[in-house]
Ligand binder design. Sequence first.
Ligand SMILES: [Zn+2]
Length: 179
Amino acid sequence: MPVYFLGEEENGGSPIKIGVAKNIEARKRNLQTGNPLELRLLGWIETADEFGLETRLKNELKAVRSRGEWFNIEPADILPFLVRAGRDGFVAKSADAFLITGYDSDAIPEYLGVWEWADLEIDECCPFCGCLCGMHFQEASQMHYCIRRDTLTNFPEFDRDCEEPNDEKAGRSLREKSE
Ligand SMILES: [Zn+2]
């Protein structure tokens, strides 16, 4: 069962509640009923030892405990826990990780990103499922591979522009063109 991290939306995702729920969305709706502040799912960890993991996390954070299962930490503070869980760690990803939010001074597009509280490269975090397994370039297929979902993608939306997010080469050629 997953261990989830829920934050209060109005306060930048803090404080954060840690708990265990089979159905995180249903738990969130239940908690929302008694809470005037909008709650937001920040991430979760899949585990077969959910209560053991929950206890360990709460022990690690006991110095910053607020009340009950709530802790005075920021969303970025849970990232090390998610990273530690590897392919079992997930961020609750942004609705559209590939939304272009602007262009930097070298005309390189900047994307919304998979998680708003940290800059996660695609090899650190899969932009499709939010898994901290990341995506890895597979030479044989020349495609990106998500370990967790066992799927390959060639980022069709970027092929149109012959460009991939976080691709150094694409960045360089764009930069050369603009010079
Ligand atoms: Zn994935």
